[in-house]
Design a protein around this ligand. Structure first.
Ligand code: SF4
Length: 489
């Protein structure tokens, strides 16, 4: 356990984020006063004063000769510094001390947020070159050379991709289908077993159509740039249900400016020929078929309940039906997977040759079953490293795919990142728009989050309830939340 004592709570989030990154398995407990020494191994004290910052880390341990204690201290004057500058300074000081204590260097330095490329994008839009951006990220946030250059490179590519999209005048539509064939061990999305909800899926579509009808009307004066079906697993809907929903969207929205239409088919055990034909008939250009891993023993362990062969079959079927923009999601750091398992997965992916590949570093969120069943899985390795990420990057390169978007999550294995790779012209535009927070996303369905990017750049959100029963009974309230969120339009 680590005690954290601070006299200014407004910086707690930043300091806590760094502690979690350096000591991922330790409990961090906030305290108002110094704790009796017997109750801790590490005690971090942060004192913020008008003239400066003081950071002290005291570490205790017992060895054969009795208790030992060391302390690391940092002090810096902050006179004249604004809040942003003070925060940066504090984070660098805490980083230095924790790095000395653990001997670790974090690839993303002091950055604990989920959108590091947004920083690079902001600087690019101000006219900075890629070299200047990388140098700034290294100096200001202590980001590694490789990650700083990667951020600058991705920002440049994103800017090129968005150059001919009038995203400020546009918006995107997200449709959430919260059903899955089974629940994966690490899942923290809005997902419920289809078997339980099957009899009420049509009722769910009724509610979705109500939200969609409102959205179409509210956004009638704006250009619809992208549509994204996520979840859950959208292809848990039957071909007839997909047809109903896609027809409703076609009839209610103007597709004149539509640049991308994605459906996350996701789980191979939900994909059939008639469903894929329905997607094709309605002009869906981009689909995802997500293996996560091509190792059967891991698929079994994480509760996917489908085979590796089903992944290959679903992929070949989609190709044979003419889908030429297929994404595959993969996760590194899955329970008990070694770098050799990842190599095997990547060899298989190379044979399939998708147009997009999104490589995630396992992130265990509080709501995931993996966290809830933690004791059962705690003895298993769940590791990711730069070396493993490099295996995936090598596959992407050989397939002619290069990085085009990137984001991070809390509690990621190896404290690394998720990277989307794509062939030129096959980048997921919706992914860029949502990550860089460039435009409003109107989201419908249980657990969907609508995001408003206001003309002054301010970002506000409205969440739909996650529980399907509540969603069905309160859909009018979800519509009302959107109405309030966009009262400036
Ligand atoms: S397929 Fe995705 S949404 Fe469904 S249970 Fe697995 S992780 Fe969750």
């Amino acid at each position: 356990m680590i005690w954290l004592q601070m006299n200014d709570d407004s910086y707690e989030y930043d300091v806590r984020g760094l502690l979690m990154a350096f000591y991922p398995n330790e409990e961090i407990v906030k305290t108002q006063e110094a704790q009796p020494v017997a109750s801790w191994r590490r005690h971090l004290t942060v004192k913020m004063a008008p003239e400066g910052i003081e950071v002290v880390l005291v570490c205790r341990w017992d060895d054969e000769e009795g208790p030992e204690e060391t302390s690391l201290t940092g002090r810096k004057a902050t006179e004249g510094a604004g809040r942003r500058e003070t925060k940066s300074m504090l984070k660098r000081m805490v980083y230095d001390i924790l790095s000395q204590d653990t001997g670790k260097v974090l690839p993303w330095g002091t950055l604990t947020g989920i959108r590091p490329v947004k920083i690079a994008m902001g600087l690019l839009e101000e006219g900075e070159s890629a070299e200047e951006i990388a140098a700034y990220m290294k100096q200001e946030y202590l980001v590694s050379d490789a990650k700083a250059r990667l951020s600058a490179r991705i920002a440049e590519r994103e800017k090129r991709i968005l150059a001919d999209i009038d995203y400020r005048e546009g918006y995107s539509l997200y449709v959430g289908i919260p059903f899955c064939p089974t629940t994966c061990l690490y899942c923290s999305f809005t997902s419920y077993p289809l078997s339980r909800w099957q009899p009420r899926v049509d009722e769910y579509l009724d509610a979705l159509e109500k939200e969609l009808a409102y959205t179409a009307k509210a956004f009638a004066g704006r250009k619809l740039n992208t549509v994204y079906f996520g979840g859950g697993t959208p292809t848990t809907l039957s071909a007839e249900q997909l047809d109903r929903l896609l027809t409703f969207i076609e009839e209610n929205f103007d597709f004149s400016y539509l640049r991308e239409y994605t459906v996350e088919a996701g789980r191979p055990d939900s994909i059939t020929e008639d469903k894929l034909c329905t997607l094709k008939k309605h002009g869906i250009g981009r689909i995802s078929i997500n293996p996560q891993t091509m190792n059967q023993k891991t698929l079994d362990l994480i509760g996917r309940r489908h085979t590796v062969e089903q992944i290959r079959e679903a992929y070949r079927l989609a190709r044979s039906l003419g889908f030429d923009d297929i994404n595959m999601d993969l996760i590194l750091g899955l329970p008990e997977e070694t770098i050799d398992d990842v190599r095997r997965t990547m060899e298989e992916i190379e044979i399939l040759a998708p147009d997009n590949m999104t490589v995630h570093s396992l992130a265990i969120k509080r709501a995931a079953r993996l966290n809830i069943l933690w004791e059962q899985y705690a003895h298993m390795t769940m590791e990711n490293s730069d070396e493993t990420m490099a295996v995936a990057a090598g596959t992407a390169e050989r397939l002619g795919l290069s990085p085009y978007y990137l984001y991070r999550q809390k509690n990621m294995a190896g404290n690394l990142e998720n990277v989307g790779y794509a062939a030129d012209g096959k980048e997921g535009i919706y992914n860029i728009l949502i990550m860089e927070e460039k435009q409003s996303i109107a989201a419908v369905g249980a657990g969907a989050t609508t995001k408003a990017v206001r003309p002054d750049g301010r970002i506000e959100r409205a969440d739909n309830v996650k529980d399907i029963d509540l969603y069905l009974s309160r859909v009018d309230e979800m519509i009302e939340r959107k109405r309030r969120l966009f009262d400036w339009m």
